[in-house]
Design a protein around this ligand. Structure first.
Ligand SMILES: [Zn+2]
Length: 399
């Protein structure tokens, strides 16, 4: 259907009146896309494949390039992916350089003009959400730091909602004959998603303030949404595998600023988490991260259901085993550990609870209203928000 698609694209880029003409001519020439033909979607990650399916229903054929067991930073541009890319009408990827190691190569080799950057068939989810952890300056010595901010946006369901709005619009623009169907499916999805969001937020309330260790900075948006507090990363820098020296440092740090969980994606090496979990006596938790990441995470809704279940179960187990609910972490001081990439989301969460510190800010524990009693920290953390851009900088520790 390559020729059909060319016709349709000419139609898209032309003014409405011309489009009708083009479609009419195409019909006369027998080139128009048969009404039954589906929009072929190439999704880079499972969450976007699932979203395109929710919104496109029977009107789309979705191919997802990666599984939940694959690290989306590192994917091989295999011939099968190139072949799929050649046929695609719509590319839906994360962006923010998550796929910088493989997508540009695929796009070149696929050589499909409709899904190249700037074309209506080129869609990046990161363009539609507020990015966290945008670096002040780009220094590759700081590891796998992306200029557009942390790309793992799908761990906050509020981001999924924003991307859903944009994907639905894009499908309708690409396939105007079925715009109404896309609109109906989107309205239905948005309603169910808002209901689920209320449910998730109520369920997650006990997690607020929970200090966590992460393997990779995969959870920034989840942390921001749920008010989890990242005290350390197992990777010394984003994308740099955990080293024995760094793990030992993290463990030492936990003696002063304990965490209650260590979290990783299904594709992360389980050994560093297991090592830390055993020595720090905290649960190691695998979260689905995307659709298919755990047996229960079969779609976007169960992705978040299972994420919360796993977090709540792990926290409850840890509490009943140790009485950790009463022995809280001095989380502010811990900000100095493993947060080389900023952690603005967490600082904003804290700032919201300490109004005096909203600007210019020096956050001191204890944090009022925290569900967990937090003893005073010996460390003081100074952050700075740019008055013009609203960007937050730091943190800097002032002893
Ligand atoms: Zn990453």
């Amino acid at each position: 259907m390559t020729t059909d698609k060319h016709r349709r694209w000419v139609g898209y880029s032309a003014a409405g009146r011309h489009r009708i003409t083009v479609v009419a001519v195409a019909l006369l020439l027998g080139l128009a896309r048969p009404t039954a033909a589906k929009v072929e979607v190439f999704a880079c990650e499972p969450e976007w494949g699932a979203l395109a399916q929710e919104l496109g229903g029977d009107d789309v054929a979705v191919f997802t390039a990666t599984t939940a067991e694959q690290d989306p930073h590192h994917v091989q541009a295999r011939p099968r992916l190139i072949a799929k890319m050649r046929r695609a009408d719509l590319l839906v990827c994360t962006g923010a350089e998550l796929e910088v190691g493989w997508l540009p190569l695929l796009l070149r080799q696929g050589n499909n003009p409709h899904i190249q950057q700037g074309q209506p068939g080129y869609f990046l989810a990161a363009d539609y959400v507020e990015m966290l952890e945008k670096p002040e300056h780009l220094d590759r010595a700081e590891g796998d730091v992306h200029p557009g901010g942390n790309p793992h946006i799908q761990t906050d369901p509020r981001n999924i909602a924003k991307v859903a709005d944009a994907v639905a619009d894009r499908l309708a623009a690409l396939d105007p004959g079925r715009a109404e169907a896309y609109g109906d499916r989107h309205a239905d999805f948005a309603r169910r998603w808002q209901e689920a969001l209320q449910r998730w937020q109520a369920r997650a309330e006990p997690l607020r303030g929970t200090p966590i260790v992460v393997h990779h900075t995969s959870w920034v948006y989840l942390e921001h949404w749920l008010g989890l507090v990242r005290v350390a990363s197992l990777e010394p820098k984003p994308g740099v595998p955990p080293s024995a020296a760094h793990l030992a440092e993290v463990l030492t740090g936990l003696a002063v600023h304990p965490a209650r969980l260590v979290i990783r994606t299904p594709y992360a090496d389980p050994r560093p988490s297991a090592w830390l979990a055993e020595r720090a006596s905290i649960p190691a938790v695998v979260l689905p991260f995307t659709v298919g990441g755990t047996p229960a995470a079969t779609d976007l809704f169960t992705l978040f259901d299972d994420t919360l279940t796993r977090l709540l179960v792990a926290v409850a187990r840890h509490e009943s085993a140790t009485g950790a609910g009463a022995r809280a972490p001095a989380m502010i001081g811990a900000f100095t550990t493993g947060m080389g990439d900023g952690g603005c989301g967490v600082r904003e969460w804290l700032a919201a609870r300490q109004p005096a510190n909203r600007s210019g800010l020096s956050i001191l524990s204890p944090i009022p209203q925290s569900p967990i009693p937090i003893p005073p920290s010996p460390l003081r953390l100074a952050s700075r928000r740019d008055a013009g851009s609203g960007a937050c900088s730091g943190p800097e520790v002032a002893q």
